[in-house]
Write a protein that binds this ligand. Structure first.
Ligand code: GBH
Length: 463
């Protein structure tokens, strides 16, 4: 048996667009994901999240599921366009009321809310009128929206996450066009990423200047990173793997913890990689009270042969703009895979944590997402017997435990992705990550084996 530190935070996560539904209810404005999903050909079978889990109308029931598991914390996101239908300007009080009900219900059940301000659902008006993340002014608009959230919810919310996985917004949204707003470019990912960091920096500055002393909460960002394992132990492959991680996580974490993009990126991306103004640099440096990590999988990395073409290994990208980082990815056919084809590599989770610990001077870390999609789970009978998910979660938690006890990593919490089966972005409803099965016709929720196993782990603070 492996016991976790005393105050270890056991959580589960969701995101507004993936679970809420009620896309036109009570004054919610459209987001870029509504527009994207409603565009033919962008999502699996044209699926949209107009209804999805209908969490908007199942709020009390969903909090009861969390309570039944003994969840210590619940990570959810606020839909910017539910509060500000146009992204700026007048406030939709019905949207504020919905999140007040959710926050109050969580607290009444002893569950700590961890709130993400931006999980990819940019108000459509800001895309149409300003070009969204490509316009430097987006940072001010985000800071104003963030301030509204601190004002209205900060008396009860003490854990803030500015952005979820800016890498996805940059690479998948503006590089490969796989996510909203569906742009394809080798320049725009770097511009979007730069503005995302500026958005984060501004929002944190507002929180620290006006709210933190009184509200006494913490604020940070969560970045995603898939581990890169050197394919061989040659220096060339080790360097390639390191570079792969710098292009993936260093891109977003180095400016926050070290003051600029990694040297390897400056050298390869050249003039397409923006410079920080002195003001932005200072605002972004040190702007995270904790290190949020979303981690799922790993690949081998190797140095390309002199004449070898650099290809995208997967439609979801290879951890940076492939053309720029010059890292060849591959995988071991022996590795087990999830329903998304992602490798199940728990050992890599421990290495990932150690890498962050070493590179960023031992920050407090929270794994804010980890989980897996499994096949056949549209059938509730199959979903209830998800022992493979239980095994996945146990193996990653074992790796996390080793990172804490053997490597001295300051890991303080772990959030499963996800509480519920939900709208899996471009894959629509075809991929299921939930601890609870959702019947998308009836809205019925059913706990899977993994939900019961997780409840026992929480109860015992151990696996
Ligand atoms: C997260 O992103 C999101 O925050 C969440 O909304 C989403 O539902 C959840 O994960 C599940 O997808 O093709 O083998 O190269 C995950 C970020 C980035 C992780 C791409 C896997 C590709 C693996 N993902 N990465 S591979």
């Amino acid at each position: 048996m492996k016991t976790f530190p005393n105050d270890f935070v056991w959580g589960a996560a969701t995101a507004a667009y993936q679970v809420e539904g009620a896309w036109q209810t009570a004054g919610r404005g459209p987001s870029i994901w509504d527009a994207f999903a409603h565009t033919p050909g962008k999502t699996h079978l044209g699926h949209t999240a107009d209804v999805t889990c209908d969490h908007y109308h199942h709020l009390e029931e969903d909090v009861a599921l969390m309570k039944a598991m003994g969840l210590k914390a619940y990570r959810f996101s606020i839909a910017w366009s539910r509060l500000l239908p146009q992204g700026r300007g007048s406030v939709n009080e019905a949207g504020v009321a919905f999140y007040n009900r959710l926050i109050d219900a969580l607290l009444a059940n002893g569950i700590i809310p961890w709130v993400t301000l931006y999980h990819w659902d940019l108000p459509l008006a800001l895309q149409m009128e300003l070009d969204g993340l490509l316009n430097p002014a987006i940072a001010e608009h985000f800071a104003r929206y963030a301030e509204l959230c601190f004002e209205r919810f900060g008396d009860r919310v003490k854990h803030w996450i500015t952005l979820n996985e800016p890498w996805c917004s940059a690479v998948l949204g503006h590089g490969l066009g796989f996510f909203a707003p569906g742009r394809t470019s080798t320049t725009e990912p770097y511009l979007a990423a730069h503005n995302l960091l500026r958005m984060h920096g501004r929002a944190v500055a507002v929180y620290r200047r006006k709210f933190q002393a009184v509200q006494r909460g913490v604020i940070g960002i969560t970045n995603n990173c898939d581990w890169r394992e050197p394919k061989t132990n040659t220096v060339a492959d080790q360097t390639a793997a390191e570079r792969g991680l710098e292009f993936f996580l260093g891109w977003f974490a180095d400016p926050i913890y070290r003051g600029d993009y990694p040297d390897s990126m400056r050298a390869r991306v050249g003039g397409r990689l923006p410079q920080f103004t002195a003001e932005d640099r200072v605002q972004i440096l040190g702007s995270s009270d904790f290190f949020g990590l979303n981690h799922y999988t790993a690949m081998y990395a190797s140095e390309p042969a002199p004449d070898a073409p650099i290809g995208h290994l997967s439609p979801a990208g290879n951890g940076g703009m492939a053309e720029d980082q010059q890292v060849v990815l591959s995988e071991d056919p022996a590795w087990e895979k999830t329903d998304l084809g992602w490798n199940i590599t728990p050992w890599a989770c421990r290495k990932m944590l150690r890498w962050i610990h070493d590179r960023y001077a031992h920050p407090p870390i929270y794994i804010l997402e980890n989980g897996c999609a499994l096949p056949g789970e549209e059938d509730v009978a199959v979903a209830r017997q998800d022992e493979r998910r239980t095994a996945y979660l146990r193996s990653y938690l074992e790796a996390a435990h080793a990172a804490i006890t053997e490597d001295g990593v300051d890991l303080r919490g772990y959030f499963v992705w996800s509480l519920l089966d939900n709208f899996e972005w471009a894959f629509g409803y075809s991929k299921r990550f939930g601890l609870h099965h959702v019947d998308f016709t009836t809205g019925c929720r059913t706990p899977k084996h993994s939900a019961r196993w997780y409840a026992a782990a929480i109860r015992g603070n151990s696996i």
